[in-house]
Design a protein around this ligand. Structure first.
Ligand code: CP
Ligand code: NVA
Length: 305
């Protein structure tokens, strides 16, 4: 059988996504059952951008499943001096059983995956962050049981996190509403594909520039930073463009009374999220962060065991 990669949530069928999320819940409930699943397996974790959660949760996941994690910074590899990602993928496949990579352009990820003979996992690219979306859905299911038919409102930049959330939400039959300033909408191809998925699952996708349209009556309120990694030069401009595209008191008041507040983190209090929202009783961000580890354990077991 050919190897499976996890570069996008859309690499999983609806059934596979649900199965993986069930496994993630099981792994969280009974971590010892996964203890030897990766015995003898070597997993390379390449980071071309900073990371706290992804790096630590993958390293701990691999180690606690009996495998060995090699954390490699892009600037310490030959990749940082111009060796191609495809040569890197070919060579690393001779040593390791799986390559997890956080990089910039999604094309780098595709190039690596097509050269590698072992599974490749997207640990965030400029286009998507599928591992985050697994943990997000696990968290929503813990809080809301069946997400189908629920309203998931994303407010902020139509970025990598938004894209993966749109895929995962529509695959689970959610009504995904995305509010961004003009010019910062999610990728049109992603939005179109998610609309197709939603048509199949009974969900829907709405992209708007009006925050109230997204958050009114929502069951889940989600946001992410206004300036992503690699966009540092745009930070000031974005700070003014994105004013009001926040999860704050106004959004909480418009959402359902039992709405939960989510953020992939790192967060900027006072920008995309207010302190009372992220630190308040409706916030589930710490469970969400913890679930990165459980969901990734389930993913690695599925790809490698
Ligand atoms: N949410 C997330 O991916 O966090 P890190 O950038 O810290 O890995
Ligand atoms: N959109 C953010 C997510 C960080 C986890 C970024 O790409 O920097």
């Amino acid at each position: 059988m050919s190897k499976r990669d996890f570069l996008s949530v859309d690499d999983l069928s609806i059934e596979e996504l649900k199965e993986l999320l069930d496994r993630a819940a099981e792994v969280k409930d009974k971590p010892n059952k996964a203890a030897e699943t990766l015995a003898g397996k070597q997993v390379a974790l390449i980071f071309e951008k900073p990371s706290t959660r992804t790096r630590v949760s993958f390293e701990v996941a691999v180690t606690s499943m009996g495998g060995h994690a090699l954390v490699l910074r892009g600037d310490e590899l030959q990749i940082g001096r111009g060796e191609t990602v495809s040569d890197t993928g070919t060579v690393l496949s001779r040593f390791v059983d799986c390559i997890v990579i956080r990089t910039f352009g999604h094309d780098r990820l595709l190039e690596l995956a097509s050269a590698a003979s072992v599974p490749v996992v997207n640990a965030l690219s400029d286009l998507s962050h599928p591992c985050q979306a697994l943990a997000d859905m696990q968290t929503i299911m813990e809080q809301k049981k069946d997400p189908a038919g629920m309203v998931l409102a994303y407010v902020g930049d139509g970025n990598n996190v938004a894209h993966s959330l749109m895929f995962a939400g529509t695959k689970l039959g959610m009504h995904v509403r995305v509010a961004t300033p003009g010019g910062h909408q999610p990728d049109a191809v992603v939005a179109e594909r998610c609309a197709q998925i939603a048509a199949e699952t009974g969900g829907s996708v709405v992209v708007t520039t009006v925050v109230a349209e997204a958050v009114t009556g929502a069951d889940v309120l989600y946001t992410d930073v206004w300036a992503s990694m690699g966009q540092e030069a745009e930070t000031e401009r974005r700070r003014s463009t994105f004013q009001g595209y926040s999860i704050d008191r106004t959004a909480l008041d418009l959402a359902a009374d039992d709405a939960i507040v989510m953020h992939c983190l790192p967060a900027h209090r006072g920008e995309e999220i207010s302190a009372d929202a992220i630190d308040g009783p409706q916030s589930v961000v710490w469970d969400q962060a913890e679930n990165r580890m459980h969901a990734q354990k389930a993913l690695l077991a599925w790809l490698l065991a």
